[in-house]
Write a protein that binds this ligand. Sequence first.
Ligand SMILES: C[S@@+](CC[C@H](N)C(=O)[O-])C[C@H]1O[C@@H](n2cnc3c(N)ncnc32)[C@H](O)[C@@H]1O
Length: 187
Amino acid sequence: MNEGHLQFLASPEWAQMLETDLLPWALGVADLGDDVLEVGPGPGLTTDLLRQRTSRLTAVEVDVDLAKALASRLKDTNVEVVHADASDSGLASNRFSAATCFTMLHHVPSVEIQDRLFAEVQRVLRPAGSFIGSDSVDSEWLREFHADDVFVPVDPDTLGARLEAVGFTGVEIDALDIAVRFKATKP
Ligand SMILES: C[S@@+](CC[C@H](N)C(=O)[O-])C[C@H]1O[C@@H](n2cnc3c(N)ncnc32)[C@H](O)[C@@H]1O
């Protein structure tokens, strides 16, 4: 991520938006259960909120510096930070009660790797486990914001079929003006 993006994701404004907008939606659509996987925590403001709502949280972060910083900040808590690519996490199959992925899919560099990530999340979820997520949709402004950075936004019109193609059922897509939110379930 570029520096401006990183600063925004660690800002009080972002924390406020997560707490008042994203979190109520997430808790309204899914039961997180006792063992949650978070994909792409970044600086961890989402992690801070999620970890208060479950017994155990595993945060998988591909960026080594961000993973180290988060592991250090959340040492001796109910969070385990794993430095790994979530499309090939090495985590146990059928383990997690729920999985989340907030504002990270557009940082995954291709549709094929995003699909591998969906399949990997499906593999590590328990049967009946929920996968919930949100992401920014394409816009001129966001392209500029991601200058010199990966930006592969998901298309809300094809996201549902992509989640079904890796085995999810009960897929719900909520296309908003600037974002898309989704919920899917492992059969
Ligand atoms: C824009 S940040 C979002 C942070 C946080 N979820 C939030 O909403 O505040 C996206 C994060 O996803 C991470 N990421 C990108 N691709 C990943 C992958 N394949 N596996 C795990 N993490 C990944 C990035 O390194 C970055 O820290």
